[in-house]
Each structure stands twice: as structure tokens, then as C-alpha cells.
Design a protein around this ligand. Structure first.
Ligand code: HEC
Ligand code: HEC
Length: 474
């Protein structure tokens, strides 16, 4: 059966097959759906043999390439992207309604409070502007320097255009900013800076390591909801928020109330990328669960959208005193009012579709990376945990703190008390802020030195450098 056909012969035999199927279709009368069959009439009645072949070809094309599974997946990617970028899940009731953060953004001159947040300030705390949302005329004015980036009114204009990545402004009839909500994209998207620093095309899934979310939330006029939850003053809440710094957020704070580590440093962790996660079992630095588990947790408990969340592990009052006391593992919203649960399937598909971006040409040394790749799976023993191509373990991808020779503070703030083997693709996109959950290693060389020490790998300086180049190539 394994005959090798010349291209020409192969073509002829393919045509033969097409003609064969065409005849078959003509006999059964419905190969490409009834609509085509009735609009074109039965193929056998065609007078022109050329037309006949063409329409048979079309039907065959339909038969072979109409793929309902792919079409449905593509629709889910579109829906998931929309959710990831623009859905507040109703969290404006929290960020605007309770914290009144929108008032601090607008400023007293625009009906809010305080000086307001002008675009220059907004960009300096890591907020990003989506250039694709700006009308052509505005882009031209921006280019000419004719837009005043030092007044909060310009920030409001950008919010009206839905151009601030991850933030939605809600405006009243009079044009006044009345509330605001946040999206996944706030922390997990950035822009390519193609127009100016902080202004460009969206890059979904990239960790926004410029974003000083703590400093932004600390601007809110009313932090009583956090103060009551944590049993501290609003001033203390502000101090904690301002301690995080850029690229960090503390997702566990409202579960366990631990704001600082035993060594006195802030307990916040780095924002990880949300790309390159297909095939990865457990997510977050400490492996809380699958992507959908974490999405539901974040949308309900961190963003404060309206939804439903179940995780009885949060009933553990020793580990999660605040969550246990407040029933955070048992959030119920009636199906009709639940704005999160219906979004989870497409949001999941979208995130799994985000591949880690390839490193730019010339950003690493190819020969060194090749040697580094051999070390990675060989002498350096990295691939015993970071298994290519996902670079985490296929299976239960968690380790005790001792296995990676770090303290257990953050691990103990999660249900399993462990650290998750980080997927390593796209490391080059998040070098800012350092590596490991808290950024304790400033450079990749520091990471390699860490392993070289406690695993007694005896890597030479050249070998360490090769492993670093390999990490940059992923
Ligand atoms: C305020 C910033 C912020 C927002 C908003 C946010 N995240 Fe995150 N995200 C984080 C941080 C920080 C972590 C790490 C948490 C940890 O390990 O404890 C994280 C972790 C994740 C992870 C795990 C990534 C991995 O490496 O496995 C996924 C997936 C994720 N977020 C998706 C989302 C989605 C989807 C949304 C919107 C529903 C969202 N996040 C909203 C900050 C944010
Ligand atoms: C015992 C399993 C294990 C081995 C062996 C291992 N790693 Fe890791 N790796 C981990 C875990 C777990 C983390 C997450 C640690 C944390 O967040 O605190 C991690 C994190 C990292 C990170 C940081 C990723 C980020 O996003 O910040 C890099 C880089 C890395 N490993 C590279 C390596 C290299 C290179 C080797 C070999 C020299 C190696 N790993 C060997 C388990 C392992």
C-alpha cells in the first residue's frame, strides 16, 4: 500500500478521488448541507461539465474543511478575550461604590476628591494606554504634544474611550465619573510601547511588572472595608498597600491577614504571566488549583465581582483566619445575578490559547543557549522538575520549600504548603522585579547560582552563563 507516487501522479489520483466523492455526493444528494443542494439544484442536472466539477470541488472543500470544533473554539477565544480585557464582573460596586477610588482619580476639579490622577502620574504607576482605542485625531494630537498629560481631565477622557488597560470608568449622563471597575488585564496585560512608553498595543497575558497596584488602591478615599476585614486602621491598610511596590500584589492578604513576612519585608508576591499555561496542572506560585479555580477565586475574592465560589479549604481557621471567619470559601450568588460563573469556560479557553511569546532576535546567544539546553537536562538537573515543553512537571507540580531551599512563609499561606514549579517560557518578558515568587533573585544568574549552591552542581562560570542564555531563549 505504501506506493510512492510522483507529484503528478499524486495529483491525478487526488483528482480521481475528488471526482469519486463528487459522484457519491450527487447520488446521495446532500454532502454539503441542504442549503447548497437546493440553491444549486442537483449536480446531475448541470449542463456545463466545467461548472459541475467546480461546484463538486466546493462541496468537497466544505466537507473537508468545515470544522465545527475549531469554529466553536475560535468563538470561545473571542468571548474569553472580551472577558479578560473588559469584564468587571460587576466589581464597580466595590472599587467605585465602596472604596470610591474613582473620586481620587477624577480629583476635586472634576467632582471627585484631592488632586486627581493625571495621565503622567497614571503612567508612572504602571497603568497602560491601549493605542488601538484612541481615535486617529487624538493620536495625531498626542504626537504633536498637543494633549495635556498633566491634568486629570485627560485621564477621564482616556477612560471614556475605554483606553486605560484593565480599568473601566462608568460615567453619568452629565459626563461625570460615577464609578469604576477593574479587569484581569489590569495586572496580566501590558502594551508594546509602540507609540510611547506605556502607550501601545495590548499584550495579553504579560505580567504588568510596572503596575504599582498597592499605591493605586492606597489612593482610595475609603478603605474601611479592608480595615474592618483585617481589624486594623485605614492608615495601617495604606501603609501595607504602599509597601508592595511595582509588579506585586498580595492575593492572600484578605484570606490570612498576614501583611509582612517574619523578616519584616512585605508579604506581596510578583504578578506572574498568564500565558504559556496550557498543559500546566496547578497554578499560582503555590499551586492553589487549576486555571478556572484561580479565576473564580480572583474574580470573587480579589476583584470583588458578583459570583459564586466554593473552596472549603478556606474554612481552615488556622491557615486562613479571615477567609474562614467570613465564609469566603462559600460565596453564593443566585444564577441569574452571577456575573462570573457564566464567563469561566471561555475565559479558561482564552488563557490556555495564550502562548508564551518568543524572545526577540539577538536577545540571547544561540550557541551558548544550545550548550545551556544540554546542561539544563543534564548536569544542572533542571529538567527533573522543569520538564520541557511546559517546563513544569506533568502531574502534581508542587515541591516542599526545602526542595528548592527557600523559606516556607508563602508556601504556608496556601492549602498545600508548597511551591509550584514555575513554567519557564517567556521569562524574558518578566525580568523586571526579579525571580521566584517574591523576586528574591534579581537576575537569572542569581537563580542559577542558588541551584548551583544547594544542589552542589559544580557548574563552571561558563556553564552557568550557558544555562542563563538558555533560560533567555525560552
Ligand atoms: C490586582 C492584580 C491582579 C488581577 C486584577 C488579576 N490577577 Fe491574576 N494574579 C495576580 C497575582 C499577584 C498572582 C499570583 C498569586 C499567587 O501566587 O498567590 C496571579 C495569578 C494568576 C494566575 C496563575 C498564573 C500561573 O503562573 O499559574 C492566573 C491564571 C491568573 N492570575 C489569571 C487571572 C485572571 C483570569 C484574572 C481576572 C479574572 C486575574 N488573574 C486578575 C494578580 C492579579
Ligand atoms: C526540585 C524541583 C526544581 C528543580 C530541580 C529546579 N527548579 Fe526551578 N523552580 C522550582 C520551583 C518550585 C520554583 C518556584 C520557586 C518560587 O516561586 O519560590 C522554581 C522557579 C524557577 C525559576 C523562577 C521562575 C520565575 O518565574 O520567577 C527559574 C528561572 C528556575 N526555577 C530555573 C531553574 C533552573 C535553571 C534549574 C536548574 C539549575 C532549576 N530551576 C531546577 C523547582 C525546581
Amino acid at each position: 500500500m505504501n506506493r510512492v507516487l510522483s507529484p503528478r501522479l499524486r495529483e491525478r489520483s487526488l483528482l480521481g478521488t475528488i471526482a469519486g466523492i463528487g459522484a457519491f455526493c450527487a447520488i446521495v444528494g446532500a454532502c454539503s448541507g441542504e442549503e447548497t443542494a437546493s440553491s444549486e439544484g442537483p449536480v446531475t442536472e448541470s449542463k456545463d461539465p466545467a461548472t459541475e466539477t467546480a461546484s463538486e470541488g466546493l462541496r468537497l472543500h466544505d466537507l473537508r474543511f468545515h470544522d465545527p470544533v475549531k469554529q466553536a473554539a475560535a468563538a470561545m477565544i473571542d468571548e474569553g478575550r472580551q472577558t479578560f480585557r473588559f469584564d468587571t464582573f460587576g466589581d464597580e460596586a466595590f472599587w467605585g461604590g465602596m472604596l470610591k477610588l474613582h473620586q481620587a482619580i477624577a480629583g476635586a476639579a472634576n467632582g471627585g476628591v484631592g488632586p486627581g490622577v493625571d495621565p503622567t502620574t497614571a503612567l508612572s504607576v504602571g497603568l497602560k494606554v491601549d493605542v488601538a482605542a484612541l481615535p486617529f485625531e487624538l493620536v495625531r494630537k498626542l504626537k504633536r504634544g498637543e494633549v495635556d498629560l498633566t491634568v486629570p481631565a485627560t485621564t477621564l477622557a482616556l477612560l471614556k474611550l475605554n483606553a486605560v488597560v484593565g480599568v473601566t470608568g462608568f460615567f453619568g449622563k452629565s459626563g461625570k465619573l460615577e464609578s469604576m471597575g477593574i479587569q484581569c488585564a489590569l495586572c496580566h496585560s501590558t502594551v508594546d510601547d509602540s507609540f510611547a512608553p506605556g502607550i501601545g498595543r495590548r499584550l495579553d497575558g504579560w505580567a504588568n511588572r510596572d503596575l504599582n497596584i498597592g499605591a493605586i488602591v492606597a489612593l482610595a478615599p475609603d478603605l474601611s472595608v479592608f480595615a474592618n476585614l483585617l481589624g486594623v486602621s485605614q492608615e495601617t491598610v495604606r501603609t501595607v498597600l504602599n509597601s508592595w511596590g511595582p509588579g506585586k500584589f498580595d492575593a492572600e492578604l484578605s484570606l490570612d491577614g498576614k501583611a509582612f513576612r517574619p523578616d519584616g519585608k512585605p508579604a506581596a508576591t510578583l504578578i506572574p504571566p498568564a500565558f504559556g499555561l496550557a498543559g500546566v496542572n496547578l497554578h499560582t506560585w503555590t499551586g492553589w488549583g487549576g486555571v478556572s479555580h484561580w479565576n473564580a477565586l480572583v474574580a470573587n475574592l480579589e476583584m470583588h465581582g458578583k459570583g459564586t465560589f466554593f473552596d472549603p479549604r478556606l474554612d481552615d481557621a488556622d491557615r486562613f483566619p479571615i477567609a474562614a471567619k467570613n465564609g469566603f470559601g462559600h460565596i453564593m450568588t443566585p444564577p441569574g445575578a452571577d456575573r462570573i460563573s457564566p464567563k469561566l469556560p471561555a475565559l479558561h479557553v482564552y488563557q490556555l490559547s495564550l502562548l508564551a511569546p518568543k524572545p526577540p532576535r539577538g536577545s540571547f546567544d544561540r550557541d551558548a543557549a544550545k550548550r545551556g539546553g544540554e546542561l539544563f537536562v543534564g548536569k544542572a538537573k533542571c529538567a527533573s522538575c522543569h520538564v520541557p515543553p511546559t517546563f513544569t512537571e506533568p502531574g502534581w507540580n508542587l515541591h516542599t520549600p526545602a526542595e528548592v531551599n527557600v523559606d516556607d512563609f508563602q508556601a504556608q499561606r496556601s492549602p498545600d504548603g508548597r511551591y509550584r514549579t514555575s513554567p519557564l517560557r517567556g521569562l524574558w518578558t518578566h525580568t523586571k522585579g526579579g525571580f521566584y515568587h517574591d523576586g528574591r533573585f534579581a537576575t537569572l544568574l542569581d537563580v542559577v547560582n542558588h541551584y548551583n549552591g544547594f544542589m552542589q552542581l559544580a557548574l563552571s562560570e561558563d556553564e552557568k552563563n550557558d544555562v542563563v542564555e538558555y533560560l533567555k531563549s525560552l
